[in-house]
Design a protein around this ligand. Sequence first.
Ligand SMILES: Nc1ncnc2c1ncn2[C@@H]1O[C@H](COP(=O)(O)OP(=O)(O)OP(=O)(O)O)[C@@H](O)[C@H]1O
Ligand SMILES: [Mg+2]
Length: 466
Amino acid sequence: MKERIVGIETEYGLAYDAAGSKPQTIEEIARRLFAPVVEWGRSTNVFLTNGSRLYLDVGSHPEVATAECVDPLDLLAQDRAGVQILADLTARAQAGIRAKGGEGSIHLFRNNVDSAGNSFGCHENYLIPRRLEYARLTDHLLPFLVTRQLLSGAGHVVQGPDGARLVLSQRAEHMWEGVSSSSTRSRPMINTRDEPHADAERFRRLHVIVGDTNMAEGSTLLKTVSTHLVLSLLETGRVMPSWAIANPVKALREISTEASATTQLLLADGRTVTALEVQEYFLEAATEHARSTGMDSGVVPEVLELWARTLRAWAAQDLDPVADTLDFAAKRSLLTRYAERHGLDLGDPRVARLELAYHDVAPGAGLVPGLEQRGLLRRFTDPAAVSQARSEPPRGSRAEIRSRFLHAARRAGVDHQADWLHLKLTEEPSKTVLLTDPFATSDPAADELIQALDTLPTVHTHSTAL
Ligand SMILES: Nc1ncnc2c1ncn2[C@@H]1O[C@H](COP(=O)(O)OP(=O)(O)OP(=O)(O)O)[C@@H](O)[C@H]1O
Ligand SMILES: [Mg+2]
């Protein structure tokens, strides 16, 4: 994705199982989890030396927003580094509770719904040029996003009138609009709030909030690279057939509920197509576009092949060919086999516990590491790259500058702040550098600031305490 910045924000769900010992509220658990962060950064909202943002969102949801990535594999590594950072904080909080005689366990879920039915999200951010006709872009993108759950749905067991069933997407039931600027009350699939975190004359940040949080790296990879390719295609401005769906929210929910690629979608022009046909169109157009523009390098050919394999699997109504790569297929195989083996209905609480365990990333608690180790779920990241991504930024974006600044300020023990756009020394006389180009990996004013910090004596030998 040399030409595009992408970042993912993931909100996590916390739970505490007291196991008969003293109960703890989720607020208390969240406070414990973030105690080392507050000690380190004097806030529950900090930027880390890998360029990411770690914070405690409303409703006691820990969130990691990855740094700006241009390489899809860097994005995966950064996302996974975020999991590890939060898992370590969970382990520390857990140890603190044990030290005080508590016997319960903290759970940290990478999913999108809690037991009370509240939804929390995984937001994707894609840099797009400002000059584009935004409404045209989102009109064309929406049918792709509505049907994209065939690629990256995380699956969810829900109780329906005819008993429990596995639906395709966790988020689908919580979406209320196609495109709008609201993010909570009437949650849209594309949030149009205009906060580019960059030079607003040149860039926009497309904020996609319809996607499920993924556990399988293959799902995250396919989700982000396919969306990037479709955006690139739309950015050419070429005249394209319209797949505008008459009622996108209804279609999103129907595809999810039927968990089938053959769901019929009524288009705005009165035609009817299947979800699979819409995806097949985009796959073919994106493949051709990648080929003709030379974008089919790096990991892209492998992703295009995975996309094609996924659609073939849906067409054949046999998801086994992707059950070791994508969440929905992996989870369906896991849950149905378990239910069959034990003679259980999908609505059985034991199946619900297994489903939650699939999403649990608390140390030692979740199923995914074991599935990966046994070769049942494919990893795309290199463990060494993930370790490195815990403290080092992705290459090729301004996250490199942010990281150098944070390392330097931290080492010198100088009061500072950073966010996506700013680097700031807060001690008087304060100094702020503005970074409006997300692709810039160096900046004269920032370099000067960092050089000045480098001349100061060392206060912290470990600049990455977290
Ligand atoms: N110019 C940009 N284009 C695309 N993505 C960007 C750009 N600048 C930053 N990002 C990414 O956008 C995400 C911003 O995360 P953050 O949680 O701060 O989101 P927000 O939408 O600004 O705020 P909030 O979550 O508080 O509502 C990060 O993943 C970051 O890498
Ligand atoms: Mg956020």
